[in-house]
Design a protein around this ligand. Structure first.
Ligand code: NSP
Length: 221
């Protein structure tokens, strides 16, 4: 019997696979992704991370005890200290400075995904918000594992090696597995009707992740 979080994935397994195994991900892994696509993704992901940090701050606000506060605070730190750091390093390597990033317009995919999650958090409780955030945090850990398992993935000579290393790194993987453990416990206590509602939120956020990859690949505005 799969654990409760894996059951959320099973309920939308076609969308989940389309997200985890997206062409953008494959081409990151084998190094064949066009640089312009990665740059577009990188720029939008900077804006994305700002909104997701706000969403984790909202999770802090919605926490009911110190355990939940600590979990949300740790996740917020994962974004601000770990992911954002890599982003800014990468952007500096690619000649993109923070002032340029701050002035960028958001694409429709960035707007749709970030505002969807913030709305789920504003409208719902802490669990609904953390389910909406899960394809992001846990999804990239699964992507890192999937890439690591593929013969086509290469690090040597791959301009995106640092990106792959970040999402296969212990610091990121342990944040994702702590989040999964919290979700497993919280989901196990929910009645079937609530689970069905949460499946919709999880599937929608997963579909918005697919759109985010597609936006990067095709460089949509
Ligand atoms: C769009 C997106 N989704 C997920 C992650 C990983 N936290 C990210 N950096 N960007």
């Amino acid at each position: 019997m799969p654990n409760p979080f894996d059951r959320l994935i099973e309920a939308c397994h076609h969308d989940w696979r389309a997200y985890i195994e997206h062409e953008f991900v494959r081409r990151l892994g084998d190094g064949s992704l066009p640089e312009a696509s990665f740059r577009h993704y990188l720029e939008q992901d900077y804006l994305f991370l700002g909104h997701f940090a706000r969403a984790w701050a909202l999770a802090l606000y919605k926490s009911r005890d110190f355990d939940e506060l600590r979990g949300a605070f740790d996740r917020l730190k994962t974004i601000v200290d770990l992911e954002l750091g890599l982003h800014l390093d990468y952007c500096a390597q690619w000649g993109i400075d923070v002032a340029t990033l701050d002035a960028l317009p958001e694409t429709r995919a960035t707007l749709a995904y970030t505002r969807y999650v913030l709305d789920a958090g504003a409208r719902g409780d802490l669990l609904e918000l953390r389910v909406a955030l899960a394809p992001c945090l846990v999804g990239y850990a699964r992507i890192g594992k999937w890439l690591a398992s593929r013969a086509e993935t290469r690090l040597e000579g791959n301009p995106y090696a640092a990106w792959i290393e970040m999402y296969t790194d212990d610091a990121y993987l342990s944040a994702a597995s702590e989040e999964e453990a919290w979700l497993d416990q919280a989901l196990a206590e929910q009645p079937a009707k609530r689970i069905a509602e949460l499946e919709v939120v999880f599937r929608d956020a997963t579909r918005l992740e697919i759109d985010f990859w597609q936006m990067g690949l095709e460089r949509h505005a």
